[in-house]
Design a binder for this molecule. Structure first.
Ligand code: HPA
Ligand code: ZN
Length: 328
């Protein structure tokens, strides 16, 4: 209880949260009703009981099905505002949030409604709640390269509302190199670059290598398997790369005997990590405070380590230096 209060009081930053993964079951029903859709579940309890998955693909199937209720600009506003309000209530001062526009374009939603609704929520949350935030467009890596390029091209006229691009979804057979041209175009437009290298995926070390060496990412999402490569760890340290770790979804590096706790392993290896919530609506509604409480216990984090990690987290942000100084 003492530790939970201590964690709740820390000023925090969050860098790995998928907005569509913050769509709580209650809001899903409310948006379905507003949009004249019928969910195939009797109530919130039945819907939540359906959130059962055992790996990345089985999680993603539930996650993509769930976001189909997001259709209009106010839906994206409500989604983003609810996350920002929750984060602000947990003393998160700054957040960089992912979104998956290809999924919404597939349903005929206009990019301007997606980015517009989220941006309006960011503005209101900053004014009313004091939380600062930015937006990262993710390429859905298991869709075609053409689909990702179409989304990027649709978003670039609104690039002032984006801070970066990322790469998420099913990693198997979808290496970072599939999107080399997209990342290059985004960087040329002034955007930052990050990529998921989910834990314990096929060819994970080659994907991490591509992200760092070929794509030259500014950050890595997850990336814990780097512990299996001294060469890549040395490279990440030389480049001062930050890793956005999500221990609720991916807590253990496997493939080594014995398995390694990702937070403890990366901290002890001297890597820069931040702890994040990923998809809280699908992870027992555990937001950053709850994730940190569990991580503290599981990885035996001391108060000094928690303070150091959360202060260091403000160094990972793609924010202007005035805002960084105000957060520190
Ligand atoms: N990994 C890959 N894709 C995702 C995730 C994740 O953790 N969350 C939402 N899409
Ligand atoms: Zn993620």
């Amino acid at each position: 209880a003492d530790m939970a209060a201590f964690i709740a009081g820390l000023p925090k930053a969050e860098y790995h949260v998928h907005l569509e993964g913050t769509l709580e079951a209650e809001m899903k029903f409310a948006l379905a009703r507003r949009n004249g859709l019928q969910l195939p579940f009797a109530d919130v309890a039945a819907l939540k009981a359906s959130y059962r998955y055992h790996d990345l693909p089985s999680f993603l199937a539930i996650y993509y099905d769930g976001m189909k209720v997001l259709l209009k600009e106010p839906d994206f506003y409500d989604l983003a505002y609810a996350y920002l309000a929750k984060a602000a209530s947990q003393n998160v001062l700054y957040a960089e949030m992912f979104f998956d526009p290809q999924e919404h374009l597939k349903r005929g939603v206009a990019m301007a409604d997606v980015i517009g609704g989220i941006t309006r929520a960011r503005t209101d949350a900053a004014a009313k709640l004091g939380i600062q935030s930015q937006l990262i467009l993710c390429f859905v890596r298991d869709l075609s390269a053409e689909s990702a390029m179409a989304a990027l091209d649709a978003a670039l006229p609104m690039k002032q509302y984006l801070v970066g691009v990322g790469l998420d979804s099913d990693e198997k057979g979808n290496p970072p190199s599939k999107f080399a041209a997209h990342f290059a175009k985004a960087r040329a437009a002034g955007l930052k670059v990050t990529a998921h290298c989910d834990l314990n995926q096929e060819n994970t070390l080659e994907h991490i290598r591509q992200a760092i060496v070929d794509i030259r990412v500014d950050r890595i999402d997850h990336g814990g398997n780097i512990l299996q490569s001294p060469e890549l760890m040395a490279l990440a340290k030389a480049k001062n790369l930050y890793f956005t770790v999500c221990p609720t979804f991916s807590g253990t590096v496997q493939g080594e005997a014995p398995p390694v706790d990702v937070v403890r392993g990366m901290l002890d290896a001297g890597l820069n990590i931040t702890i994040n919530s990923d998809d809280p609506a699908y992870m027992a509604s555990e937001y950053l405070n709850e994730v940190l409480v569990k991580a503290q216990h599981r990885s035996a984090l001391t108060k000094a380590e928690l303070v150091r990690m959360e202060r260091n987290a403000f160094m990972a942000g793609w924010m202007d230096e005035g805002l960084r100084a105000a957060c520190l």
